[in-house]
Write a protein that binds this ligand. Sequence first.
Ligand code: DX5
Ligand code: ZN
Length: 211
Amino acid sequence: MKISASFLSIKDNLKENIDLLTKCDIDYLHLDIMDGIFVKNKTWDISEIKNLINYNKPLDVHLMVSDVYKYVDEYKDLNPEFITFHYEVDLDIMDIINYIKKYNIKVGLSIKPNTKVDEIIPYLPYLDLILVMSVEPGEGGQKFIIDSVDKIKKLKELKELKGDYLIEVDGGINDSTISLVKDVDIAVIGSYITSGNYEEKIKSIKEKIYG
Ligand code: DX5
Ligand code: ZN
């Protein structure tokens, strides 16, 4: 299992702390991008992001935005490994998938806690990643929603028949809940890591994953 670290909950010295985080044993840097419309909070704009981040780790962009095309056009310039958008946006999902692929960037589709896996079955063959939100998107530090475990199981079964995607989980992952999501390929972890010594927190997660 790979770890994608979210810096959403870091409050002070963001640039220095992102540098510290990306020197740790993580696989991706997770960028939580919110527009104040799709979710009520708003995060950094692209010019701020360009000043904040480094390229020590591949980037995993999570767009919680309504105008997906505008943000894809901005974030493609960072050359991310993945751009993930939400199924719940009021846009043509297949058209966005093709739009992101055109830039040779891997495409992820995310589902909120109330969205069923069945709804996204038609898109599975075209996706590189499915992001299961295990909290309501919008903020860090929330409690893991247990129904996510069944969704991950279902996506793993469907993968045999319907596609070749990675499964990612995001929200409420810590040293207890990590054992519930052992089937995922990538776990996004935010506040659990950034609320203490990053190296030690990551080590404690890896001990739970690998024993
Ligand atoms: C929530 C974000 C998550 C969040 C995870 O909307 O998508 O990536 O930062 O934070 P934790 O791990 O604190 O739930
Ligand atoms: Zn996220």
